[in-house]
Design a binder for this molecule. Structure first.
Ligand code: ATP
Ligand code: MG
Length: 560
C-alpha cells in the first residue's frame, strides 16, 4: 500500500524517458506542457501532483508550462476559484510567466472548427433529448443506434448551429454532435456531443455565448492552439485519447500535441473528490475549504505545510501508469523532514500545571541560554527566564509512577530542559481532588542540567516555561480527518469514517516569552510536542493561536 522507495529523481517518472527520447530524436526541439484546471473548486493534494509533473518537466527540460483554465462549464465555475487556483500554483513555487490562458478565449476559434466539421459532413445538430441520446448510445457489448437527425444537410446544420449560438433555442433543446461511429467499441467515439446550449454568464467571457463547447471538444484543440507538445492527464482520460486524436486528425489545427496518461494520486485517510470536499464544507463538518484538516492546498497551506515538503512528496511518489495508494504518512514524513531541518525550537506547555519551587528565592529571575536547534549551532540561541514558579505539562507528572515513567513523580527528580534538576515534594488539591499545583525543590548545583552536588544521575528531561513570563496561547491539535484508511470506498457513506478526534482545542497553553512577537510565517518545533505555526487567519498579537502542523513521530503506524 505504501510507496516508500526513494528512487533517484529521474528514475521514477516514465514521462521523462518519453520526453528525453522525443528531444533526442528531434521530434520536438523543446517541450511545452500545461496544467489545465477547471475553475470549479479548490485545488487539492492530487492536483499538486499534476502541477509538479507539468511544471517540473518544463523546468527540468528547459521548456515551459502553461496555466490554462479549461473553463467550458460556466454553471459550475467562479472567479473565486480562478483566483485561488492561481494562488495555489504560485504557493507551490511555480510560475507560468506570460503563459496564462483560458479555453474560453478560444471559443470563437472552436466555433469555427465546429462549423468546419459540419461543412465536412462530420458534425450535425441533434434534436433528441439528452435522455434519448443516452438511451441510443448502446452498451459495451451492443452498438448504439444512429439518430434520425444524423443525416441533416450541411446547410440545415449550419443554420441551426448559428441559431443555437444566437440564443434562439432554450437550454437542452439541441446539441451539436460529431458524426463518427455509433458502432465503435470505444463509447467516446459514438457521436460525442460537441456543443450544448446554456444561457448562463461565464466568469471570464461574460454573456457573449449561449452555447458552450464540451470539455473534450475544447481540451485537445486548446493544446494544439498553444503548441503543447506533451498533454499530460490522469488515466481516466485514456479512453478519450482516440477522440482527442480524431479532432486533431479532422481539423486544420496548427500543431499535433500528444496525450499521455499517468495514475492519479490516491491518499489514505483522505477524500479527494471535489463533490465530497464541497459537502464537508457545506455541512459545516469542517470550517471551510481552508480548514487545516482539508487536503486542499489552501488547507494544507493554512495548517503550515511547506511548499517544499509538498514538492518533495510529489517527487518521492513518482509518476507511474498503474493505480496505487500512497499512505498519508509518506506526506507527513516529508513535512517532518523539511521542518526538522529548518524549524527553530521553542518550549510550550500544552496542558499546564504549576510547579512551585519552595527553595528558590521569591522574586529572583535567572536567564538561561537555550539552543535554537540541537544540531545547528549557527541558528544561535535565545534567553529563557527561570523563576520560583514554572509551568510543566500535566502529562509529565505522575503521582505514582508506572513502570518506565522517568518524568516527574512525588519524591522523584527530573531535569528541566536547559536548566536545573528539580524534585517534587508534594501535591496541592482542591476539594474534588483535582491537582491545583505541585510543590518541589531545585538543586542549585545543577544549573547546567548535568551536574549534581553528589554526582547522582537523573534520567528524564522535561520542557517547562517560567510562570511569571509565560505567554498564553490557544493550540489547535489537528489529526487526520478520517479514521479509516479508505473512507472513499464505494457503497459506504464516507462520513461514517470521520475521526471524532480530528481536532483538539487547547485554550490555556503556556509559551516561553520569546514567542510573544513570533512571526506568523515561522514554523517552530515545540520541544517534545510537534511542529507548530500560528494560524494565519485567527492568530493575533494579543491572542496567539497555533496550529499543530504535524506530530514529531508517526503515531498512526505505531498504533497499527
Ligand atoms: P473534475 O471531476 O471536476 O474534472 P478534477 O479533479 O479532475 O475534477 P480538474 O480541474 O479537471 O479537476 O483537474 C486539473 C488537472 O489535475 C487534471 O489534469 C487532472 O487530471 C489532474 N488531477 C486531478 N485530480 C488528480 C489526482 N488525484 N492526482 C493527480 N492528478 C489529478
Ligand atoms: Mg477534470
Amino acid at each position: 500500500m505504501t510507496t516508500t522507495e526513494q528512487a533517484a529523481p529521474t528514475a521514477n517518472n516514465f514521462l521523462r524517458t518519453i520526453i528525453d527520447e522525443d528531444l533526442k530524436s528531434g521530434k520536438h526541439s523543446g517541450i511545452v506542457t500545461r496544467f489545465p484546471p477547471e475553475p470549479n473548486g479548490y485545488l487539492h493534494i492530487g492536483h499538486a501532483k499534476s502541477i509538479c509533473i507539468n511544471f517540473g518537466l518544463a523546468r527540468d527540460f528547459g521548456g515551459r508550462c502553461h496555466l490554462r483554465f479549461d473553463d467550458t462549464n460556466p454553471a459550475k465555475e467562479e472567479q473565486e476559484y480562478i483566483d485561488s487556483i492561481k494562488d495555489s500554483v504560485r504557493w507551490l513555487g511555480f510560475d507560468w510567466g506570460e503563459h496564462l490562458y483560458y479555453a474560453s478565449d478560444y471559443f470563437e476559434q472552436l466555433y469555427k472548427w465546429a462549423q468546419y466539421l459540419i461543412e465536412q459532413g462530420k458534425a450535425y445538430v441533434e434534436d433528441l433529448s439528452g435522455e434519448e441520446i443516452r438511451a441510443h448510445r448502446g452498451t459495451l457489448t451492443e452498438p448504439g443506434i444512429e439518430s434520425p437527425f444524423r443525416n441533416r444537410s450541411v446547410g440545415e446544420n449550419l443554420m441551426l448551429f448559428q441559431e443555437m449560438r444566437s440564443g434562439k433555442f432554450p437550454d437542452g433543446s439541441r446539441v451539436l454532435r460529431a458524426k463518427i461511429d455509433m458502432a465503435s467499441p470505444n463509447m467516446s467515439l459514438r457521436d460525442p456531443v460537441l456543443y450544448r446550449i446554456l444561457h448562463a454568464p461565464h466568469p471570464h467571457v461574460g454573456d457573449a455565448w449561449k452555447i458552450y463547447p464540451m470539455y473534450d471538444f475544447a481540451h485537445g484543440q486548446s493544446d494544439a492552439i498553444e503548441g503543447i507538445t506533451h498533454s499530460i492527464c490522469t488515466l481516466e482520460f485514456e479512453s478519450h485519447r482516440p477522440l482527442y486524436e480524431w479532432f486533431l486528425d479532422n481539423l486544420p489545427v496548427p500543431a499535433r500535441p500528444r496525450q499521455y496518461e499517468f495514475a492519479r494520486l490516491n491518499l489514505t485517510y483522505t477524500v479527494m473528490s471535489k463533490r465530497k470536499l464541497q459537502e464537508l464544507v457545506k455541512l459545516g463538518i469542517v470550517s471551510g475549504w481552508d480548514d487545516p484538516r482539508m487536503p486542499t492546498l489552501v488547507g494544507i497551506k493554512r495548517r503550515g505545510y511547506t511548499p517544499a515538503a509538498v514538492r518533495a512528496f510529489c517527487e518521492q511518489i513518482g509518476v507511474g501508469r498503474s493505480d496505487s495508494w500512497i499512505d498519508v504518512s509518506v506526506l507527513e514524513e516529508c513535512v517532518r523532514a523539511d521542518l526538522n531541518d529548518a524549524a527553530p525550537r521553542a518550549m510550550a506547555v500544552l496542558r499546564p500545571i504549576k510547579l512551585v519551587l519552595d527553595n528558590y528565592p521569591a522574586g529572583q529571575v535567572e536567564e538561561l541560554q537555550a539552543a535554537n536547534h540541537p544540531q545547528k549551532p549557527e541558528m544561535g540561541s535565545r534567553t529563557v527566564r527561570f523563576g520560583r514558579e514554572i509551568w510543566i505539562d500535566a502529562e509529565d507528572f505522575m503521582e505514582v509512577p508506572s513502570k518506565g515513567f522517568f518524568r516527574l513523580t512525588v519524591g522523584g527528580e527530573v531535569k528541566l530542559r536547559f536548566g536545573y534538576i528539580v524534585k517534587c515534594t508534594g501535591v496541592v488539591r482542591d476539594e474534588q481532588g483535582t491537582i491545583l499545583e505541585l510543590h518541589g525543590e531545585y538543586d542549585p548545583a545543577s544549573r547546567d542540567g548535568i551536574h549534581t552536588a553528589d554526582g547522582r544521575k537523573v534520567k528524564g528531561v522535561i520542557h517547562w516555561v517560567s510562570a511569571a513570563h509565560a505567554v498564553t496561547a490557544e493550540m489547535r491539535l489537528f489529526d487526520r480527518l478520517f479514521s479509516d484508511p479508505n473512507p472513499d470506498r464505494g457503497g459506504a457513506d464516507y462520513k461514517q469514517f470521520l475521526n471524532p478526534a480530528s481536532v483538539e482545542m487547547l485554550t490555556s497553553c503556556k509559551l516561553e516569552a520569546s514567542l510573544a512577537g513570533a512571526d506568523v510565517e515561522t514554523r517552530y518545533q515545540f520541544e517534545r510536542q510537534g511542529y507548530f505555526r500560528q494560524d494565519p487567519k485567527d492568530s493575533q498579537s494579543d491572542k496567539l493561536v497555533f496550529n499543530r502542523i504535524v506530530t514529531l513521530r508517526d503515531t498512526w503506524t505505531a498504533k497499527k
